[in-house]
Design a protein around this ligand. Sequence first.
Ligand SMILES: [Zn+2]
Length: 306
Amino acid sequence: MKRFISICAAVAIFASGLAAAPAKTPQKTLTVTVIDVGQGDCSLIQLPNGKTVLVDAGSGGVGWNPFDAGTTIVVPFLKKMGVKHIDYIVMTHPHSDHIGGVRPVVKELSVGTLVDSGFPASEADYEMIMEIAKRKNLGLLEVHAGDTLNWDKDCEIKVLSPPKNYIMGGQSPVNENSIVFKLTYKDVSFLFTGDAEKEAGKKIVRAFKDDLLCTFLKVSHHGSKNSLTYNWFLDWAQPVISVICVGQNTWGHPHRGTIKALESYGSLVYRTDRDGTIRFVTDGKTYKTSFIAPDEDERKYDGDYE
Ligand SMILES: [Zn+2]
């Protein structure tokens, strides 16, 4: 009995000691995973408050790109990561290699709101997505330059492009009107640029040059010659890390000059075709980078691109 009492006393002392210690709240982290979807774009953002944002979803096997990255890569990847609900899908612009995979994601997972710029789209993919969105009663949100998205009180999410009256010039008006936004968590920031090109870049620098400085740059347009890697853009952005989303392609993406330009600013350049899926985890002060190599199936679709 005596022994039992002393054990109880020891437990009580230990318990009271625990209660007296200041409660340690786990450090909230922001995770950005750039998913290797071959030729196309797809990034998953897991905000510190637990909300999830998918920025594009790779190709979907409709239109010019016969590869369904949404079904074969994005949905299995999200399920493997335990992601059951996507709060927002940002469709940067309605091209197949960006929004094609949205259809399988919306079919297979629970999705809250689709976000786009409202720029007129003629691709079959877009109409199919909108039909499903209507049937499933998904939220629709149109965003433009200057908007601030209140998705996490600890992060600033600012839309830098396209403007409300859109960009009518350039080689590809659809690319030029990509949603460009900056996500900032304390000292660490991520600049997402879709496939924005020169005309968009000029307007962004004119209106938001002081917002461009970033830790991480998702290089626009798969690192093409027209990506936003002009000196007049990089002078303001100065990315520490740049990621090029690219797979096997016939357009010569990424352009050698793009990589040279980024490196001349001291930026570390990663490419999904060589590095696979790339993950950044940050507490807002420091960040960790890790890589998830493509498995055999995924590598097949990436080809032997050099
Ligand atoms: Zn693209």
